[in-house]
Write a new protein. Structure first.
Length: 148
C-alpha cells in the first residue's frame, strides 16, 4: 500500500474538484451513514461478531465512514472522481483535524475493503472488532464536523 498523498495534491491532480456546496447530497449521505450505523449496531447485538460475519462488519464500517467523509466534502464544496477518489476522500481527514494514525487506519481499511470486495481477501473476527472500535472512535468525531 502506497503512502497517502496530501489532499492538496488530489486537488492539483483534479481528482478533487472545488464546486459549490451540494447540501442535499450531503444530507442524504449523512442520513444514510446514520441508517447503516444503526443497522450495524442491531446486527452485532443480535448476531455478535464472528469470523463468519467479519467481512460484512468491515464493509459496513468502511461504508459508514466514507459516507460521512463524502457528505463533509459535498457540504464543503468538493467532489471526487476517477482513480484515486477514495484515497482523496480519506486524505481529507487530515484537513478535518484527524490524527495521522486515524488517517492511516482509515486508508488501511479502504485498502482492505477493496481486497475483500475485489480480490477475495479474508479477515477474521479480531480485525472486525478492531475496525468496529475504530468506527466507534471516529464516527462521533465526523458527525461533530457537521455541527461546527
Amino acid at each position: 500500500m502506497k503512502t497517502l498523498m496530501k489532499f492538496e495534491e488530489f486537488l492539483r491532480m483534479k481528482i478533487i474538484v472545488k464546486r459549490s456546496s451540494d447540501l442535499e447530497r450531503a444530507k442524504f449521505l449523512l442520513e444514510e451513514a446514520k441508517r447503516k450505523n444503526n443497522s450495524l449496531r442491531w446486527m452485532t447485538e443480535k448476531l455478535g461478531i464472528e469470523d463468519l460475519n467479519a467481512h460484512e462488519i468491515i464493509e459496513f464500517c468502511y461504508d459508514i465512514l466514507v459516507y460521512l467523509l463524502r457528505a463533509k466534502l459535498y457540504s464543503d464544496g468538493f467532489s471526487s472522481t476517477g482513480e484515486g477518489a477514495h484515497e482523496a476522500e480519506v486524505s481529507y481527514m487530515r484537513n478535518l483535524g484527524f490524527t495521522e494514525n486515524e488517517v492511516n487506519f482509515m486508508n488501511q481499511l479502504r485498502y482492505f475493503r477493496n481486497g475483500i470486495k475485489y480480490y477475495g481477501k479474508r479477515f477474521d473476527k479480531e480485525f472486525a472488532e478492531q475496525t468496529l472500535s475504530f468506527l466507534n472512535l471516529v464516527y462521533s468525531k465526523l458527525l461533530k464536523k457537521f455541527i461546527q
